[in-house]
Design a protein. Sequence first.
Lengths: 113, 112
Amino acid sequence: EPEVTQTPSHQVTQMGQEVILRCVPISNHLYFYWYRQILGQKVEFLVSFYNNEISEKSEIFDDQFSVERPDGSNFTLKIRSTKLEDSAMYFCASRDSQGSEQFFGPGTRLTVL
Amino acid sequence: AQSVTQLDSQVPVFEEAPVELRCNYSSSVSVYLFWYVQYPNQGLQLLLKYLSGSTLVKGINGFEAEFNKSQTSFHLRKPSVHISDTAEYFCAVRRSQGNLIFGKGTKLSVKP
């Protein structure tokens, strides 16, 4: 069964460093999302991406964040200069053009020291 | 603006007992509603969804939910829980733009 994959599973970085979180959505899906979950809190929407551009972003997704689909398979989230408060689990999700269901990856746990 | 409220942050229950996890939403437009489950150290897995049609929706692992428009609720139920159902459960509503708004989650703890 096709699934969304994410790498790495856990990333530890120093404050101020850049990180890139990688996702491989399901191959025929066209809509891509990033969410984050700070420990003990709810899952929050960051950004949606369709047709090679951002379709919507939340107020969390400021200038420090960017997304890219560098090739036909990967979907990346970059944080330019990480802050302590960026520590969270980051989930990638995708869906096809007809479906209502978003399929989630297993997440990347980002720890900023 | 759409929002989701899960009234119970934690629900302890004994094995084989019934359980109901409550979810209320606010939305001025038609809604798509979802329940996701998150097992420890794992991602989010879809349990069930309501898009339209029958208000009683059946999902995986014996769970079901009932959409109640007048009460703006979408409570999740299971008649008899197992130890393996111990997890965190998230209710979500899909916005017209496609992204999901999640509730704060309910931790279900099933005791033997």
